[in-house]
Design a protein around this ligand. Structure first.
Ligand SMILES: [Zn+2]
Length: 248
């Protein structure tokens, strides 16, 4: 617990007053509470539950949640009670970057409730500087212990990037996926969305490049990762089976 609290305090001290205000808005310093205790019911995250976890335990919690989702054995939920329990502060244990795809909700596929995870969603689940800022808030200020960058099968954004789609602001959005398209080799005969294997290879590469970008572009997050205080993993969600496969 002390480690996490120190991390927050140190970051807030060095980050200045505006971030202190943001941290206060997220619930730092407020008393915690626990809404549920039964094993089959959802446990609302508190300062204590967050601080008691390691990055490995946070990752396992997500894996367990996806296993429940695949098996159809979801935890009993009372979101209204969780809303009330988290109204004074949030202590999520993970930060997940996924696609906007309607079939790939981060909360649903990992069977998580209100206050459990920070969720970033953008078409093609790429990492740009704005996403990085959110991740730094989630992990360095608010204490999340595990980052997951997750792509999914049958991704329309990936297919659009493969086909060089030009359309309104989507053109700019897809430009963030183009490095993954360019990096995938070995599909010289058909590098379009009609080649399902190529599309999946680009989706996998896109996640790998996202992970790499987090390390390269965020000294804040890299320091936490190198110290073993933050986990970083890539993953792929299968829209056919509901199963999440972790890459690292
Ligand atoms: Zn997608």
């Amino acid at each position: 617990m002390r480690k996490i609290d120190d991390r927050r305090r140190n970051f807030l001290r060095s980050a200045g007053g505006s971030l202190i205000a943001i941290g206060a808005a997220s619930g730092l310093g407020l008393s915690s509470r626990q809404a549920f205790s039964d094993n089959h019911q959802r446990v609302t995250q508190t300062r204590e539950t967050q601080a008691a976890k390691t990055p490995a335990q946070a990752l396992q919690r997500l894996k367990d949640g996806n296993a429940r989702f695949v098996d159809g054995k979801l935890l009993k939920s009372n979101y209204r009670e969780q809303m009330k329990a988290t109204s004074g502060g949030q202590f999520p244990f993970a930060a997940i970057v996924g696609c906007i795809d309607s079939r790939a909700s981060n909360e649903l596929i990992f069977d998580q409730g209100i206050g459990d995870i920070f969720s970033t969603r953008v078409a093609g689940n790429f990492i740009d500087d704005e996403v990085l800022g959110g991740l730094e808030f989630a992990c360095a200020i608010s204490g999340a212990l595990q980052i997951v960058v997750i792509g999914h099968t049958e991704c329309g954004a990936i297919k659009g990037a493969c086909d060089d789609v030009v359309f309104g602001n989507l053109t700019q959005t897809l430009s963030y996926i183009k490095p993954a398209v360019a990096d995938v080799t070995g599909f010289d005969e058909n590098r379009t969305s009609s080649n399902a294997q190529f599309v999946q290879a680009v989706a996998d590469k896109n996640v790998a490049l996202g992970i790499d970008r987090i390390r390269r572009r965020s000294p804040v997050l890299k320091a936490l990762i190198d110290e073993g205080r933050l986990g970083l993993a890539g993953a792929m969600y299968d829209v056919h089976s509901g199963r999440v496969t972790f890459m690292s």
